[in-house]
Design a protein around this ligand. Sequence first.
Ligand code: MLT
Length: 271
Amino acid sequence: MNDALDVDGTRLAYVDTGSPQVGAPTLLLVHGFPLTNIMWKAQIDGLKETCRVVAPDLRGYGGSSLGGWPEPEGEPSLVRYADDLAALIDHLNADGPVVFAGFSMGGYIAFSMLERHADRLDGLALLDTRAAADNDTARATRLKVAEHVSEWGAARVAELMRPNLFAPGTTASIVQQTVELIASTDPAAIAASQRAMAARPDSTSRLPEIDKPTLVVVGDQDAISPPAEMRSLAEAIPNAQFVEIEGAGHMAPVEQPDAVNTALHEFAATL
Ligand code: MLT
């Protein structure tokens, strides 16, 4: 079911589906940059029998409005997304454990969630993401994209990202769907996310403090959040399991949905 919540005057759209038993886990699926909840279609379809599945569009993406964010004089921060998602979790009134499943930028937001709203979460799934902050080169590239995206258009961002998103064997139709999704994004949302990601802190030193059951998932050919780095991330979290998805690049949930669904299903069943 498509739904929407008003957060401080801004529309936050989300899918809320599934009719599992009372007390079943709620999976909050948080998309990456610059995507929408459409990236989770296979997870929504595949997991709704056993979980309540909630998939928001982050502020500025898909059916969610950007509102006045970032304020003209304000610096965007991932905290904004985390606060939106805390408001959504409160609104959901879940009767079972809540799992925050963050893909890539969604994983960066997970670290803000843990910092500010850890009491809302019972489990964590980090998919194709990183704990480290950007290095100077990556930060400069983001700020350049943020500055120029309104003149370039989102289609150019899609073409810049395409070479790093998929394993070589991924079918052309999957690649094309994702590229079209990125190309349809509001440039203002892209600029805000790029600035927010450029400003994010390094969360590596906080990993040993994570006290939630955690699942770490990565495509074995992920060029953006490489498997070796994600394995180290999992090893630094006290109660984490690590799953490497064969035949997937960065977009593991869309490239190998069955394997990702199995990992999420088995993890949620342990909570
Ligand atoms: C994403 O998939 O969310 C992005 O690749 C994250 C990033 O730009 O670091």
